[in-house]
Every structure is written in C-alpha cells, then in structure tokens.
Design a protein around this ligand. Structure first.
Ligand code: RAM
Length: 339
C-alpha cells in the first residue's frame, strides 16, 4: 500500500507539472539557475511518442524543478539502432551538464557517449543500459527480478503448460534482451511444460506490434499466451486480442502502464501485468545526474546520494543504482494508479 500511495502522489505531481511546463517532446523545464553548477540536462528516450518515456520525463521535470535544473526532452521518432547518436552529439556541442539516455543499442551509441564524457558531460543511462560508456546506470529492477515476474505471470495464466510467444521491442534492445535471456533460463529450468515457440519484434511501434500479434496467432493455432516485455507491445497485443476470437483464450501479459492497460483489464482481455514507476525512474536519474555534476558521487560502488522524495540511494556494483522491484497490476489494484 505504501507503493500505491507513493504512485498516487507522484501522478498528482506529474499532473501539476504537465499543466505548467512539460509536454511530450522537445520541451524544457525550469531555468537552470543552480549557482555555478551546470544543471542543463538532456533526457533522451528510446523514441518520442511513447507514454512510458513521457512519464519518465514528468518525473525528471519534477526533480529538476526541485534544484532549478533544466530538462530538455528530445529524441528520435523511431527506436532504430543509431537514431540517438545525433541527439547525443548535439547535447555535447551544447555543453550540457548531463545526458540521461535509455539507449536503443549499446554498441551504436557508445562512441558518441564516450565523446560526451571526454568533453565533460556526465552520462547517466536509465531503463536500457550502455554498460561500457556511461558514468552510472539507473536500473528499474534487476534483469532476473523482471524476468522472474514475467515468467510467474505467464505460467500462472496458462496453467504451466503449452505454447507461448514473446513480443518484444527492437531486436537489439539491451534491456529487453537481458530480460528475455533470463526468462529463457527460468523456463528451461523450472517449467518443462511450457514451449516458447518464437520471439518477435514490434520495434516499440504500435502498428508493427499489433501486426506481429496477428501473425503470431495465425501461425500458432495452439498458442496459449503472449508475453510482451514492452509497454508499447503489450498495449498493442491486448488491443488486437480484445476484439478477436482469442479474447479470454490467449493470455496477454508483460510490462505495461496502468493507463494503457486499464481498458483491457476491465474487459477481461488481461488478467495481470507488471511494471515499476517510470516517473520515479526519471526522477532518480535526474538526481543521479545532479550528484555527478556536483561531484557528490563518481559512480563508484558505495557512493551515496540524496534523491529528493525517494530518499537516499547507494551506488552498487557495475556503477548501477537500483530503483526497486517490479510491481504487479490487476483488477484489484489498478484503480489505485494513474500513470
Ligand atoms: C517500452 C520500452 C522501455 C521498456 C518498457 C517496459 O516502453 O521498450 O525501454 O522499459 O517498454
């Protein structure tokens, strides 16, 4: 319940911010008057137009507002491998204090991020890491923790047997690929009755994810469930299934936002799905950027910093800070959340 109350509080703050100073793309917030420190921060999502990252932006804007920082929310229209590079280069040329990035492809962005750091820009990855070319990674939950919840949900929803498929984001997404690897191990070790027939990619695009869902269902008539570890994918899959003959027969689960998924939980298409709070993720990434700029932390294991209303955080192994555990949403609790 503590989590629920926190989420309601966050969304109330987010609504206030939306009214004042934040919109889905290319926006700036605050006036960056934080003394001599450079609190001009670029927030670079995988792609624009994804409500998940819009929500992270609201959290980032809230945090920046608390220390007179300025967030510029900018990024590519589509999550292609190298589509973030020019945005990183622009931020470097603008001499921002920090870039906070959910990287589409760790290899494609690495050179640009290393150049940014060489020019004095702090680099914070969040959501999807680029492990060898950043100061710190703000991890929403451990890969094994996320995979465990995904497996628990699908196994439960298909009674631990039969064919399932995965509808992912892009084929090179660092975060989804780590979660899928861990899911495969868990399935192989603990759920011999489950057959994972295919992993398909909707590229975090609504229409492509919708079409890939249709194709999966046509190709595998025995399919009992689809796991989509992407907020775009699960919403598209649920929309397809909700008006099809498969509603109530094929389980749809994965990672989604309560606002995207509410209608499908209400109409019985989806029983349960999970996520963390993307606003908290953006908020924490912003305070980590501030701590790096202030020199309070360098990213070394054991470094501590304050993150406003979220409290105190300690940097763990591999220069990583952990937000917390994923959370399951269902008919019984979805009404408590608004993001
Ligand atoms: C999509 C993106 C993001 C992921 C969520 C769960 O919005 O792929 O990276 O963390 O889904």
């Amino acid at each position: 319940m503590k989590f629920a109350l926190k989420m309601v509080a966050v969304s109330a703050a987010a609504i206030l911010l939306t009214a004042g100073c934040s919109s889905p793309s290319g926006t700036t917030t605050g006036d960056s008057t934080g003394g001599s420190a450079n609190y001009n921060l670029t927030l670079l999502p995988k792609n624009l137009g994804n409500p998940y990252f819009d929500t992270s932006n609201k959290g980032a804007a809230e945090a920046a507002g608390e220390f007179s920082g300025k967030i510029t929310f900018t990024g590519p229209a589509e999550g292609a491998a190298d589509s973030q590079v020019s945005f990183i280069n622009t931020a470097t040329q603008q001499k921002v204090g920090a870039v906070m990035i959910a990287s589409n492809d760790q290899t494609a962005v690495c050179d640009a991020l290393n150049e940014a750091m060489a020019a004095g820009v702090k680099v914070v990855t969040f959501d999807s890491d680029a492990p060898t070319c950043r100061d710190i990674f703000i991890n929403q939950a451990t890969a094994d923790g996320i995979a465990k919840v995904l497996v628990e949900m699908i196994v439960d929803q298909v009674d631990n047997e039969g064919q399932i498929a995965i509808l992912s984001a892009t084929a090179n997404a660092t975060n989804q690929n780590a979660w899928i690897e861990s899911m495969k191990k868990d399935l192989a070790a603990n759920h011999p009755g489950i057959e994972l027939v295919e992993v398909v990619y909707g590229d975090d695009q609504d229409q492509m994810s919708f079409d890939k869902t249709a194709a999966l269902l046509a190709t595998y008539p025995e399919l009992k469930g689809i796991v989509a570890p992407t907020t775009v994918g699960i919403a598209a899959a649920a929309r397809y299934v909700s008006t099809s003959e498969y509603k109530g027969k094929v389980a749809v689960t994965g990672l989604g936002t309560p606002n995207d998924m509410r209608a499908y939980v209400t109409d019985g298409t989806v029983t349960e799905f999970a996520l963390w709070n993307p606003a908290d993720l953006g908020y924490l990434a912003t305070y980590a950027a501030k701590a790096l700029i202030d020199g309070t932390i360098t990213g070394a294991e054991g470094d501590k910093f304050e993150a406003g209303k979220l409290g105190s955080y300690t940097v763990g192994a591999d220069k990583t800070v952990l937000l917390g555990d994923p959370y399951k949403f269902n008919k019984g609790n979805i009404g408590d959340f608004d993001f």
